[in-house]
Every structure is written in C-alpha cells, then in structure tokens.
Design a protein around this ligand. Structure first.
Ligand SMILES: [Zn+2]
Ligand SMILES: [Zn+2]
Length: 332
C-alpha cells in the first residue's frame, strides 16, 4: 500500500496460484468518494487486502463511485461484482471485453468446444485436446460474473471530478484491453499492456481478434505517442521511461518472430503445435502443462499469423494446418 501522489494510491491485492503475486489496484480520490482502476481476484484474502488498502486511504468500500477495469482477466475483474454490491459504484469495461464475459464466465460450453477445435487445427495431440480445452475453467472460481454498467469506448473521457482521465483502447493481450491516460498529471494506467519486466501473453484463442499480435504492436505504437512521465502497470512496479520499455517489448517480439521463422525453416510443413515445442520458453516444454501449454501454442500461432501477414510464412488448410516459409514451398 503506497501513496503514489496527491489523491492517488496503489494497493497490492494478492493473487492465488500465480507467479505474479499481486495485482496493483489504483485508487483515485474524488470529491465525493473514490474510483478504482482494476480490483483483483474474487477471494476473501483479496477482498481483505483491497478493503484494508482503501481504509489506509481513508475510504470504506461503500465510498467507491467508479470501478474501471482494464480487461476481463480474473485478476483484474474478479472482485468487480462484490465491490459493486458493497458500493453501488458503476463497473466500466470496453465493449469488446464485455462481449466475451457471458461465454467465458457464465456459460462456457460453446467456448470449450471452440477451444478444442482450435487445438485440433493447430495440431494438438488428440489425447491432450479435450483436457487442454477446459484447462482455464478453474479460473472461473475467482470471478464474480457481472454485466458492466458502462461500456467505455476508445477516447472516452471518464467523468471523475478532479481528474482528466481518458480511455485508450489497446487491444492485443485482450480484445478490449483499455489503458487510462491522465493527461494533466502525465500518467498512464497501463493494465497488462505495458509491464516493466515481463511481456503479457498475446495469443490466438477463440475469443480473440484475427491478428492479436499485430493489434498488440499497433497498441504499443498508440501509447508511444503519448506524453507520459509515469507508468502505473497492473503488475510488478511503477516506472518512468515508457519509450525505453516500449522499445524493449518491440525488440522482444522482433526476436521472437525471427526465432519462429528460423524454427520453421528447420522443419518445413510443421504444425503450430510442433513448432511451439521447438521454441525456447522459460522452462522445458515437458514442464509447460495445462493452461500454460495453451497459452504457449496460442502465442506461437499469434507470431505465425504476423509472419504470414508480412509474407514470411504460408499455411495449408486442413487439420492440422501446416506451415512453411514461402521459399520452401515447391509446387508440383
Ligand atoms: Zn491479463
Ligand atoms: Zn494481469
């Protein structure tokens, strides 16, 4: 719990079962209460941390007027319902993320089938496809499903007395990911879009847009155009040099694209799944299990689609899809 500046607080809210350890909730003091950016997972431990943090700033949950959520991942959205119940605050999300809520957190049946079909298409071994398709279901336990009250569009100004806050749509990590820009104070609430040390997962999945990595890189350019003195991310820690961090993240994806291209050259006609097993990850492939395996293959596919868009890869149809470098294709 930390006072970031006048009227602005950072509250670390613990996340269960994650290396990230906590999500940073930001509390913005208003004339008649307080607004928050993101809320944390829906656990009693997280709720206690959130309410204790608000208390240090001098607020009760009932004083919350606005709940602005960067995207619908459980660590950001999970407690939105509980906090709204305690306060009557409005919950705001970008429409593209709001549209995914019901299928993801309320009636996941069709989504599981779409997951399984995508896994088959990319070449997942048949015995793994079914279990992997449902590997994200446990996360639902940490989300209180609520329909947002406000749909926040790109460029929309949020009506918060004392603040000059504007939403910036930054799709990539999530189709409806939002950053919030405080122009007067030159602050960027960056959610998971830009983090100081790690890069967010940008992967193809059934609820994603067609080319999420291209979206993500475009979104990095969008925040790069802002005049920002301080970045307030949802994980890790705050930092100042946005331009330097953006350059690192872009370089990381350039390297990753080159690595995928090289792996493709070594194994022409390979499936996305097979290719993923040949890439370097933070741990050996055998230790990447369950949902992590889906994230890794989805990330590989996201890079392949950018290579395809750049004329550096081509694919066949069929199941599984196979990939080549254009210069390796021979037409007979
Ligand atoms: Zn996220
Ligand atoms: Zn997150």
């Amino acid at each position: 719990m930390e006072r970031v500046g006048p009227g602005l607080w950072s509250i670390p809210v613990p996340i269960p079962f994650a290396d990230l350890r906590y999500v940073l909730v930001y509390a913005l003091e208003l004339t008649d209460g307080v607004a928050v950016v993101d809320v944390g997972w829906d656990t009693d431990e997280a709720w206690s941390a959130l309410t204790a943090g608000l208390a240090v700033a001098g607020y009760r949950p009932a004083d919350v007027r606005a709940i602005m959520v960067t995207h619908i991942h459980p660590d950001h959205y999970g407690l939105a319902g509980r906090l709204r119940e305690a306060s009557g605050a409005w919950v705001g999300l970008h429409p593209a993320d709001a549209a995914m809520l019901r299928v993801r957190y309320d009636e996941p049946g069709p989504l599981l089938e779409d997951n399984r079909m995508l896994l088959e298409r990319i070449g997942s071994p048949a015995d793994e496809a079914s279990s992997l398709a449902s590997s994200s279901l446990p996360a639902r336990a940490f989300v209180n499903f609520v329909v947002p009250d406000v749909l926040i569009e790109d460029g929309q100004r949020l009506d918060l007395p004392g603040w000059d806050l504007r939403a910036l749509w930054t799709p990539g990590h999530s189709p409806g990911h939002l950053c919030f820009v405080e122009a007067g104070r030159r602050l960027l609430f960056s959610g998971d879009h830009v983090l100081p040390r790690i890069t967010p997962n940008v992967s193809v999945h059934p609820q994603q847009r067609v080319n999420p990595l291209a979206d993500y890189l475009d979104s990095l350019r969008r925040v790069g155009e802002l005049d920002i003195a301080g970045v307030l991310p949802a994980h890790e820690y705050r930092f100042a040099d946005l331009a330097a961090r953006l350059a690192e993240v872009v370089a990381h994806h350039d390297e990753r694209l080159a690595e995928v291209e090289k792996a493709l050259a070594a194994a022409p006609g390979t499936s996305c799944w097979q290719l993923a097993t040949r890439l370097t990850w933070s741990r050996p492939w055998e230790q990447i299990t369950g949902y992590m395996r889906r994230a890794a293959t989805g990330e590989t596919l996201a890079h392949l689609i950018v290579l395809e868009q750049q004329g550096r890869a081509v694919r066949s149809g069929g199941r599984p899809e196979r990939w080549w470098r254009p210069d390796q294709l021979t037409w007979t």
